[in-house]
Structures are given as C-alpha cells and as structure tokens.
Design a protein around this ligand. Structure first.
Ligand SMILES: C[S@@+](CC[C@H](N)C(=O)[O-])C[C@H]1O[C@@H](n2cnc3c(N)ncnc32)[C@H](O)[C@@H]1O
Length: 234
C-alpha cells in the first residue's frame, strides 16, 4: 500500500474523524495512563492526527511535537504555546535529530511503510517510548468473510521488532464494537479512516455491503511502554 493512499484516507475522513474515532480516543486515554508519572518535558507524538494523545494527557509537557502526514488532521489538532506541529512522514530521519524524553504513537504505527525502520529511528532519539499499535487481528470478521488479508503487521511481528530494540512491558487488548445495523458498521469503517484507505475489490465490497452476517467488529491493540536497549543489552 502506498503512503499517499492512506494519507488521503485520513485527510478525507478528517472532519468526521473525531465523531467516529471513539475507539482511538479510548486507546489514546489508555496509552496516556501508562505515560502518567513519567513527567517528561519533551514528547514527540508520531501520527498525532487531531490530537487525541495531547487531549488525553493530564500533565502537559513543556515541549510537545506532533507529526502527521495529513494537513487536514493537523488543522484540527489543539493549539498551545507548547505544541509544534509538523506535516511529515514519521519515517523521515530529520525528525530524529533531537533527543526526546518520550516518543509516543497512538493508533498510527501500524501504517508505517517500514516498521523496522521506524523503530530504528525512534530508538536513536528516545529516552522512553509508549506505543499503541493495532495488529492484523483487527477487523478479522471482515477479512474472514471476504477472504482478504490484513494490510497491517501481526502481533508476533510487532513484538519481535520491538524486543530487538527496546526493553519494556507489553499488554494486548481486544476491543469489540457492536453496531445497530450493517450500514452503521460500514459507515463507522468509512468515517474513522480505520481501514487506512485499503480498498476491497468490487465483488468483496458488494458481498460485505449486501450480506455481511455480523454487526460487530473486533480490534486488537498491542500496548508497549519501554526504553531503547543499551549497546550491551543487544
Ligand atoms: C488512526 S489515526 C490516529 C491519530 C491519533 N494518534 C489518534 O490517536 O487519534 C492515524 C494517523 O496516522 C497518520 N499517519 C499514517 N501514516 C503516517 C506516516 N507514515 N507518517 C505520519 N503520519 C502518518 C494518519 O494521517 C492519521 O492521522
């Protein structure tokens, strides 16, 4: 999947995103609760979107940098003297020239074009990291029904990439969402941008719209909080 395709998906969804993204807001609040107590002065938020993590943080850091590919999402981010917003791919090396007390990412790193590269860059300049990453088990109902594969990495792959570079704590959480109808379920998928712009084929979409026998979707999120490994730990 090309970067441009999912950036466009989030840009299209930006105006409706906050209304639909209650799951991502729940995930951001959960991640924020892991971060409480770290009292970091500087935070880099990768794929910050409309600012779910900033809003969820009860303590506000002195310096908060939010990075996102989509200008439409950044336009809806809260403004504050502590906040600097950058429109960029989070795999751009120039973002990692400074050191940050914490590099965080909530509901975004699953869309990295190259997750190993993202983690390498992050490990270079973070004192601490806090991630919530959707896994390939998310939306398994849809993938099973239309016989497609998730475009996002598995829990095993994310875990093994993390363990090669960081030491810390993992927690896997499942979030089932129920909808009053199939139409409600499908409009949620569109409005939240959660499918990342991945288009099903015509026959697959038709099958889903006309006859999906479920009105429930499950999402799986891997939480990780830790620190980069020191040279003698690798
Ligand atoms: C599901 S939203 C999550 C936004 C926010 N962190 C939240 O919790 O609501 C994913 C965000 O990641 C951004 N994104 C996806 N791939 C990106 C990339 N390679 N570089 C920067 N941002 C990216 C999208 O534009 C979108 O705003």
């Amino acid at each position: 999947m090309k970067t441009a395709s999912y950036a466009q998906s989030f840009s299209r969804a930006a105006k409706e995103y906050d209304a639909y993204a209650y799951l991502q807001q729940t995930v951001a609040r959960e991640l924020a609760s892991w971060i409480e107590g770290m009292e970091c002065e500087s935070i880099l938020d990768l794929g910050c979107g409309t600012g779910a993590l900033w809003r969820a943080l009860r303590f506000k850091p002195r310096f908060f940098t939010g990075v996102d590919l989509s200008m439409e999402m950044l336009d809806l981010h809260p403004q504050d003297p502590a906040i600097r917003l950058i429109q960029s791919d989070f795999n751009h090396p120039s973002l990692y020239e400074h050191s940050y007390d914490l590099i965080a990412a909530s509901s975004s790193l699953q869309w990295s074009r190259d997750l190993a590269q993202s983690f390498d860059l992050i490990a270079k300049s973070a004192q601490n990291v806090a991630f919530a990453i959707f896994t390939s088990e998310s939306l398994w109902e849809i993938h099973d029904y239309v016989d497609s594969h998730s475009p996002i990495p598995s829990k095993e792959r994310i875990e093994s990439l993390l363990k090669e570079r960081f030491a810390g704590e993992f927690e896997l959480k499942r979030y089932p969402l129920s909808f009053p109808s199939r139409v409600a379920m499908l409009s949620y998928l569109k409005g939240s941008g959660i499918s990342g712009g991945r288009r099903l084929g015509f026959a697959q979409s038709k099958k889903l719209i006309q006859s999906a026998p479920f009105e429930r979707l499950t999402f799986e999120v891997l939480f990780f909080v830790g620190k980069p490994l020191k040279a003698d730990q690798k």
